[in-house]
Design a protein around this ligand. Structure first.
Ligand code: GDP
Ligand code: MG
Length: 246
């Protein structure tokens, strides 16, 4: 089965073409799904053109309500439905280096979920100021503590899942519209007893384009992490296929 990288985008026209070509080069079997929320800068048009050049490039252009979380969920549902395995997720701004994708594809052979971690030996980050680094560390610590996760980098959005893992999660019931989807999905994986492995990544601050995260959004993320912790999770292994909304 071919693998796929699911990438939510909003105003990423400065990154998207180069990103697509670098990802396609990492593996002859990898596909790319861009989930774009009608970016005003025309990101979707560039993806459409890339899709004409390569059958391995797919685009979901979403109308209406936008959000990184909802986009990711829609992308996962598409990837599961189309039978891709394994399923990666990453950002479009080169914070997640496409050259690290082969490490995920290797590690997922012996794990259900692989997380690209800044906080394990060999991992790290560069390019962000002290203020942003501390904020991100604090958000990670908060998430780990509130959700009781032993994972070192539980806010990392560079991850890989076996198809059957995502297939078994109640994706259609997830409530995170924004970045807290990372923690919500992770918590659901943990509750179902899936094996989760962290591999080191080097996170780089985005070079081009603008971050969509601001102080207000960070507060909403943290509040949603609390909501995730209050959400009932199954206490038994539930590895059978779940249903997904189409
Ligand atoms: N589809 C979609 N993608 C989004 C939205 N907000 C952010 N993204 C994408 O999600 C990824 C992470 O966003 P980014 O702004 O880099 O967040 P940061 O790295 O935490 O500052 C990038 O690929 C963005 O283009 C959104 O509302 N809709
Ligand atoms: Mg970013």
């Amino acid at each position: 089965m071919p693998s796929i990288a699911v990438i939510p985008t909003y105003n990423e026209k400065q990154n998207i073409e180069e990103l697509i070509s670098q990802i396609l080069e990492t593996d002859p079997n990898i596909h790319i799904l861009i989930v774009d929320d009608k970016s005003p800068d025309g990101t979707d048009q560039l993806v459409r053109e890339a899709a004409k050049r390569s059958a391995r490039v797919h685009l979901l252009s979403r109308e209406g309500k936008r959000g990184r979380g909802l986009a990711g969920i829609t992308g996962f549902q598409y990837a599961v439905r189309e039978g891709f395995d394994p399923i990666l997720e990453m950002d479009a701004d080169f914070s997640h280096d496409p050259k690290e994708i082969p490490h995920f594809l290797e590690a997922i052979r012996s794990s259900d979920v692989v997380i690209g971690s800044r906080f394990v030996a060999g991992g790290g980050e560069s390019g962000r100021g002290m203020h942003r680094r501390l904020l991100s560390r604090a958000a990670n610590k908060f998430t780990r503590t509130v959700l009781g996760l032993a994972i070192k980098d539980c806010t990392s959005g560079f991850r890989c899942f076996r198809r059957r893992v995502l297939e078994s999660l109640p994706l259609q019931d997830m409530f995170s519209e924004g970045p807290s989807i990372i923690a919500e999905v992770l918590c659901a994986c943990k509750a179902r007893g899936y094996s989760i492995r962290e591999i080191p990544i080097w996170f780089k601050n985005r070079g081009r384009g603008k971050s969509k995260l601001n102080a207000w959004k960070v507060l909403i993320v943290l509040w949603n992490v609390v909501r995730v912790s209050l959400h009932p999770q199954p206490t038994v292994h539930a590895r059978a296929s779940g249903s997904i909304s189409k």
